[in-house]
Design a protein around this ligand. Structure first.
Ligand SMILES: [Zn+2]
Length: 317
């Protein structure tokens, strides 16, 4: 009996239809000059469902995929979309390669390309109440991929003594720096090291001035007020995990939101054995996106695809 694969069941025609809906809704606008005076100009010579257009204003031509992350590839669009769908379900590269009958190198190229496209979309500036914290992973250097996993969490008291060399890229323990707005979005970055000079530009670019920031008592956070923020700390080394400072019965001084996010990130990374540290930022930003759109499955696929067909993404490269 012939094997029925998902690849054979998904239609190219409907994939292109989905792209047109996400990209243009009702009105096709010229990708070169934004004019709406656009006429259809038949279909692509090799891809029967890829609509071509001509702009009456600037005379230039384009098609459904022009200037998107899905343009100019050998694999059919349906294979790219299925790949993205499986990435949203957090399958490993090896699993997706098996599902789509692709070799590992081709698949690796595809997932990296798609992750790069998603990486261009950055969250809003964080404000209000924001928690900052770090997580330590283990990753190999380029060319010597090792499984990325969470490093053993050392007691917080060791940090407070300022143990040098812990959690640096050189030590193959990439620190991941997280900033999360309570009831809002999250930003995560892989750091070279955990020092004030390293986190300062990241915090200044991601968090609005004057924001109230909650951290533990690690000394990298000592200058937040000097940098223009309000700052409250929770002292984990003394066994304190939340404190009710204003006496209203709510323990508002904590970093539980960030801890909650880390507890989602760790299992998300687990299937991806062998992420080298030069690739780790792309995995982090993909999960940042997934978390921030707060969608899974079918709804996540729409969000991922509409991000990849936004023309504006390309201009930032
Ligand atoms: Zn035009």
């Amino acid at each position: 009996m012939e094997i029925i694969t998902i690849k054979k069941l998904v239609s190219e025609a409907q994939c292109y239809e989905a792209i047109r809906t996400l990209r243009w809704q009702e009105n096709v606008s010229c990708v070169h000059c934004d004019s709406l005076e656009v006429i259809k100009r038949g279909y692509h010579s090799n891809q029967a469902f890829r609509q071509r257009y001509e702009c009456k204003a600037c005379q230039k031509r384009f098609d459904d995929l022009t200037e998107t992350y899905l343009e100019g590839h050998h694999q059919p669009l349906s294979v790219w979309i299925l790949c993205l769908y499986f990435m949203g379900l957090n399958l490993s590269n090896a699993q997706i390669a098996r599902e789509l009958d692709l070799n590992k190198d081709d698949l690796q190229f595809m997932t990296e390309h798609l992750r790069t496209g998603i990486d261009k979309k950055k969250p809003e500036i964080l404000s209000g109440e924001v928690e900052c914290d770090e997580l330590y992973l283990v990753a190999g250097h380029k060319g010597q991929p090792e499984k990325v996993r969470e490093a053993n969490r050392e007691p917080r008291c060791r940090r407070l003594k300022g143990a040098r060399g812990r959690g640096t890229l050189a030590a193959e323990k990439p620190p991941v720096f997280g900033m999360i707005q309570r009831t809002g979005e999250v930003r995560i970055w892989m750091l070279e090291n955990v020092q004030q000079d390293t986190i300062k530009p990241i915090i200044l670019s991601a968090i609005a001035p004057g924001t109230l920031i909650f951290t533990d008592e690690y000394n990298i956070y000592n200058r937040l007020e000097e940098w223009g923020f309000k700052h409250k700390t929770v002292n984990h080394s003394q066994g304190e995990y939340a404190r009710d400072e204003d006496g209203d019965g709510f323990c508002e001084v904590h970093s539980n939101t960030m801890e909650g996010f880390w507890s989602l990130l760790r299992p998300w990374l687990r299937p991806h054995r062998g992420i080298s540290q030069d690739k780790l930022p792309l995995y982090l930003s993909f999960f940042e996106f997934v978390h921030n759109v707060r969608k899974r499955g079918k709804a996540l696929l729409s969000s991922l695809l509409s991000t990849l067909v936004k023309k504006s993404l390309q201009s930032h490269i």
